[in-house]
Design a protein around this ligand. Structure first.
Ligand SMILES: C[S@@+](CC[C@H](N)C(=O)[O-])C[C@H]1O[C@@H](n2cnc3c(N)ncnc32)[C@H](O)[C@@H]1O
Ligand SMILES: Nc1nc2[nH]cc(C(=O)O)c2c(=O)[nH]1
Ligand code: SF4
Ligand SMILES: [Mg+2]
Length: 216
């Protein structure tokens, strides 16, 4: 198995129930819902992605042929931080196209708390400590349990109630960041999330805090 990463960097988790926590972000290249090319966006299964996950040319990106090599790259970013437990977030792109049992085992053996950000279309392997599922449009959710369901909203034809009975510990709504960065559209999405959470206490608001403070 070759693991392809767009980038690997140290930051604070910006979103969801682990927001504010230091972690190595390991962004896998490639996704099953979009090629990543702008000319394909309009016809893709996921159309609002805010992330470049194409290729291996980002910060500390590359192809790694063994789990041990991936863990060495994670450790290089974690550096000398003194902690009882290290922390990694596998994201992408879609991490569950590549994250497998040997890599999970190697990261765990090296002392990592393992978080994953996934679109939910692929069942997750066991051993993940914090699984965040973020459904996309009409794409069927196959992974219906985890620590958090984080729905980016509003999305056309998507009602949060569709997911409310799934086996997640927490339910978040996160305002869809508009591709054109139009402040009025962004404010409108945020207000929709606020209004929904005010009237549906099962749901909490997740804010993309890293974007507010200039963190990657
Ligand atoms: C880039 S995705 C990668 C992981 C996985 N493919 C997924 O979609 O969950 C990481 C997180 O960013 C969220 N996201 C992507 N585009 C967004 C946008 N325009 N506004 C708000 N959140 C967004 C996703 O829903 C997901 O929770
Ligand atoms: N700081 C920070 N937090 C994040 N949480 C989820 C992210 C992602 O792109 O998966 C992300 C990201 O890209 N940066
Ligand atoms: S599923 Fe995730 S990585 Fe793939 S295009 Fe959508 S938001 Fe981006
Ligand atoms: Mg991001």
């Amino acid at each position: 198995m070759t693991y392809s990463f767009k980038e690997i960097f140290l930051t604070l988790q910006g979103e969801g129930g682990q927001a504010g926590r230091v972690a190595v972000f390991a962004r896998f290249a490639g996704c099953n819902l979009w090629s990543g090319r702008e000319q394909d966006r309009a016809t893709a299964a996921c159309t609002f992605c805010d992330t470049d996950f194409v290729g291996t040319d980002g910060e500390n990106g590359g192809k790694f042929t063994t789990p041990a090599a991936v863990v060495a790259a994670l450790d290089a970013q974690w550096g000398g931080i003194d902690a009882a437990e290290k922390s990694v977030v596998f994201t992408g792109g879609e991490p569950l196209l590549q994250l497998d049992a040997p890599l999970i085992a190697a990261a765990k053996a090296a002392g990592y708390f393992i978080a994953v950000e996934s679109n939910g279309t692929i069942r997750a392997p066991s051993g993940i400590d914090w699984l965040c599922i973020s459904p996309k449009g009409e794409n069927r959710v196959h992974q219906t349990s985890g620590q958090e369901l984080k729905l980016v909203w509003p999305q056309d034809n998507v009602d949060p109630a569709e997911f409310a009975d799934m086996a997640f510990e927490r339910f978040y709504l996160q305002a869809k960041d508009p591709l054109d960065q139009d402040p009025a559209v962004r404010a409108g999405h945020t207000q929709r999330v606020i209004d929904y959470c005010l009237t549906h206490p099962q749901w909490r608001m997740s804010v993309q805090t890293h974007k507010m403070v200039g963190l990657k």
